[in-house]
Design a protein around this ligand. Sequence first.
Ligand code: GLP
Length: 246
Amino acid sequence: MEMQVFESRAAAERDVAREIAGLVRRRPDAVLGLATGNTPTGVYAELARLRREEGLDLSRVRTFNLDEYCGLAPTNPRSFRAWMERELFVPAGIALDRVCFPDGFEAGHPVRVEELPRVCDAFERAIRDAGGIDLQLLGIGRNGHIGFNEPGSTRASRTRRVELHPWTREDAAAEFGGLEHVPTHAITMGVATILEARAVRVLAFGAKKRALVRRTLDTANDPAWPASFLCAHAGVRLVVDREAAT
Ligand code: GLP
């Protein structure tokens, strides 16, 4: 896996945002795979700046987010969808009818658990119908997860309902005002879904991510460390700052 080290987080964020902007200028209806979490926030802020100051037009892109908590309506301010609207879609001018989440809701109502496989299949089909993902952004979770593909996820996994790892729930506790309020399950794109993206940019910033970067580089195809499945993909680049580099 290729690793690109930048002097600073801001420099890395500018580079990734510039790459996305270049893609969208060539193909205004490019398909972007998006991530939540602290890691991609600077890239999103930079895309919004490029829109404001350089007239970058993102109104025709299609987007697919990696994951969503089960049971949170798209209108719930704690949903990843609401977060994405605040952090990217509205400030960057992305059309809200061109974004897609594996949220398990249909016409504003939660789908029953038994029916989720159908909803997950429809999400996979929507990606295929859009022509596949041109560029996928990814972060790495504390236990090596990508999206919500927790340890134990297989290389062949597809979009599905998963149980969240205790660390993942712990890491979200502050945002939800206590561990007991963090959903126990989520729907995530699978590892195989992610690996079908034509390009993948894995971002990791700060000393806290250093050990995760090391293990991701040192491990191959190990279900105990889902980020290790990325090694088999020629279009993957690990984008890090000095502190996260090893
Ligand atoms: C969450 C998300 C992941 C993200 C990870 C790391 O669980 N589902 O997509 O990559 O956490 O989060 P952060 O970027 O805040 O370190």
